[in-house]
Design a protein around this ligand. Sequence first.
Ligand code: SAM
Length: 321
Amino acid sequence: MYALPAELRHALTEELEFHREHDLAASAAELTARYHRPIDRPALRSATDVAAYAAVRMPATFAAVRFALAQAAVVAPGFGPRTHLDVGGGTGAAVWAAADCWPGLGEVTVLERDRAAAGLGRALAARSAHPAVRQAAWRQADLAKDITTEPADLVTVSYVLGELPEAARLPLIRRLAGRAGMLAVVEPGSPDGFARVLAVRDLLVELGMNIAAPCPHDGACPLAAGDWCHFAARLPRESLHRRLKAGSLGFEDEKFSYVVATSAPVTPPGARVLRHPRTRKGLVTLTLCGDGVSDQNVSKRDGELYRVARDTAWGDAWPPV
Ligand SMILES: C[S@@+](CC[C@H](N)C(=O)[O-])C[C@H]1O[C@@H](n2cnc3c(N)ncnc32)[C@H](O)[C@@H]1O
């Protein structure tokens, strides 16, 4: 379960009090509808939209980015970023996720076009216990145009590519890749989101970067045409979040596709678990992506490996690193 840091939860509660719950609920419903259609104009169109985004989407995008960074950290254990550039940062989910994963971060820059999103992001970040999050520099930038950025140890682009004109997506990644020690791109877990991630992955390999996660190699993706890969991060739903989503469950599973690449070599795992492991009495079946995609049965007779397999989850490296 990837829960928002406590200071962020408290900061969100305070910021959301400036809005009427009825308006937030209407904006949250409208945002869900907008995100289910191809986005041809900004999805965030008012301060209420931005607040609704922070209430119902930011916990989920935080969880997805945190999950992706955790998997990358496993295969790049020596990576300890000092500088972080968050591109299309919105209300700052990836800033909080990166600082949670790598507390040694010292300098954070966020690029964002929307003033209301940056304003709320800055107000939330001001309540962080982490100095680099509190002091993050929020810069206004249009990613569809040429942007100039300083090199950064870590660059995140989370839930952004799908909002950019198609012709602007890969040129942006190309510009960022040459200036990133690690580049993490996260997109919604849908066939379209996966297609964007796969195109990014192909480009990063062509540019000579090393794939850290989720793929255990830099070779061609072994999934059959029409198949796609995604992962899920579980997050708690606070009471306002539950009411705005008109849901009764105390948690939700955020589905996402992602790729993380590094400029320095990594030690990839043998394989990645591509689906929920299936468990029967004395047997765990793992669907693995390695040289190809295949199922591996691990039975009680395998002793320690069986105990490890029972604790292994969808999205984990296999065997555990
Ligand atoms: C779905 S939100 C994601 C926000 C954040 N990265 C996250 O993971 O929660 C997409 C963000 O991209 C920003 N965005 C969209 N197009 C942009 C552009 N051309 N230039 C800069 N930011 C843009 C939007 O304003 C919005 O904040």
